[in-house]
Design a protein around this ligand. Structure first.
Ligand code: SF4
Length: 423
């Protein structure tokens, strides 16, 4: 079967700038074949890695399903990362000798009907900063990744539900996705305004029945509700209403999950780490006093400090967030198999919540540096922290997290939170 055409987010550039952040943060799972290949590279004999340093760590010891990941050095870096921050496997045997997970990052390929969409992970600072070659110029590399990653008959994978009880076919699902992208596209419109409009019409979708609205009629329906949202939100609201008290508490819990750092070293701390997280969770529920430090980059800051106005958002905010949302939407990186099999409507609400979560984390970084306003670097750093989890940390697909997103949507607090942390 011929490979499905690739849909690349042409608004995004990326090349690796060797910051080695990914080789310090991620747990790299290896297949039996990759493990075998790396073992044959004779690292213990090379003298480049201490002889007593294991190369792999088991992640499942079940005899019929043994699984492994690459081991880490005592400072948390991958066992193959050298002193210059470069990959030893890459340097000695070439890029193709590395595990597939290393070669794919920061890309994510998702089959979507008769095409394969490409998204990116904004945990990489070069992605957030849009640095490097245009993705359009990298089609050949993508073809290789597609051959390695996308299964045969990927066009048979069903689309995500629109919402519980409503399943559209792929062409209609992509109509909704395209309408979301169009809402987020206009240049010169503040990203907050675009987000409020998108949240408004996706809520109208949630309240509608789709028994007979299909094909071109769906296009007409989406156009009508998009125009209605645009007239409801012709401009940014001047009065910012605070989120409800329950909404604030639910949001703090959600923001805490985005602000965490779950490297393999953290996870290996087992019971101690779990006890620390439990104690932090109770303090996030209360929301008073000093915010428990979820990772070393955060300083001692009071919860109340982050609720004060921080003034105008920094210059690059609109560009960075617009690109972020459009890449995630175009790449189908917010619903379906790429996002815990969440339906499209709920997936977009979850994606929208990352906006106030990133601004909340950015405020924490600014307050740590004794600043009462945000700078571009706060946004960039906060986005790398938050997007590390989005679609990858299993906890985000659990019932508790999903219920939190649904509660915030029902309380109409998602748009209030977006406005509250933009001021
Ligand atoms: S194998 Fe190489 S590219 Fe992969 S995480 Fe380790 S150092 Fe980084």
């Amino acid at each position: 079967m011929a490979a499905l055409p690739l849909k690349l987010p042409t608004i995004q550039n990326w090349s690796c700038h060797n910051c080695s952040g990914c080789c310090r943060q991620h747990a790299i799972a290896v297949t039996p074949k990759e493990r075998d290949r790396i073992e044959k590279q004779n690292w213990p004999e090379s003298g480049e890695i201490p002889a007593d340093q294991p190369l792999f760590v088991p992640t499942s010891r079940v005899p019929w399903n043994k699984q492994y990941r690459l081991a880490h050095q005592p400072d948390g870096a991958c066992v193959f990362l050298n002193e210059e921050g470069l990959c030893r496997i890459h340097a000695k045997f070439g890029e193709s000798a590395k595990p597939l997970a290393c070669r794919v990052y920061p890309y994510a390929l998702h089959p979507a009907g008769k095409q394969v969409t490409v998204s990116l992970r904004y945990s990489c600072p070069s992605v957030v900063n849009n640095l490097g070659r245009s993705l359009d110029d990298q089609r050949r590399e993508f073809k290789k990744l597609q051959a390695a990653l996308v299964p045969e008959r990927a066009d048979q994978i069903p689309p995500p539900k629109l919402m519980p009880g409503t399943q559209l076919d792929w062409p209609d699902t992509l109509r909704v996705v395209q309408a979301l992208d169009q809402t987020m596209a206009p240049k010169g419109t503040p990203v907050l305004l675009k987000l409020l409009r998108a949240l408004c019409w996706i809520d109208l979708v949630r309240q509608s029945r789709f028994d007979r609205i299909r094909g071109e009629r769906l296009d007409e329906f989406l156009e009508i509700i998009r125009q209605s949202a645009e007239s409801d939100y012709a401009e940014l609201p001047t009065d910012v209403e605070p989120p409800s008290r329950i909404g604030q508490m639910q949001f703090r819990m959600l923001a805490a999950q985005y602000a965490r750092k779950d490297t393999s070293t953290d996870l290996e701390q087992g019971l101690r780490r779990r006890w620390e997280l439990f104690r932090a969770a109770t303090r996030f529920t209360r929301g008073t006093g000093t915010i428990p430090k979820l990772q070393g980059i955060f300083g001692d800051v009071e919860f109340s400090q982050l609720e004060l106005p921080f003034g105008t958002l920094p210059e690059r905010t609109d560009e960075i967030f617009t690109r972020y949302f459009r890449v995630k939407i175009q790449g189908m990186h917010f619903c379906g198999p790429a996002y815990y099999n969440v339906p499209t409507v709920e997936g977009f609400q979850s994606l929208a919540l990352i906006y106030p979560a990133i601004l909340w984390i950015a405020r924490w970084l600014a307050a740590t540096a004794d600043r009462g306003e945000l700078i571009d670097d706060d946004i960039v750093q906060a986005m790398t922290i938050a997007d590390h989890h989005h679609g990858y940390s299993p906890i985000f697909g659990w019932f508790g997290f999903r219920r939190r997103v649904r509660n915030l949507a029902q309380l109409d607090d998602i748009s209030r939170l977006c406005q509250w942390y933009s001021r």
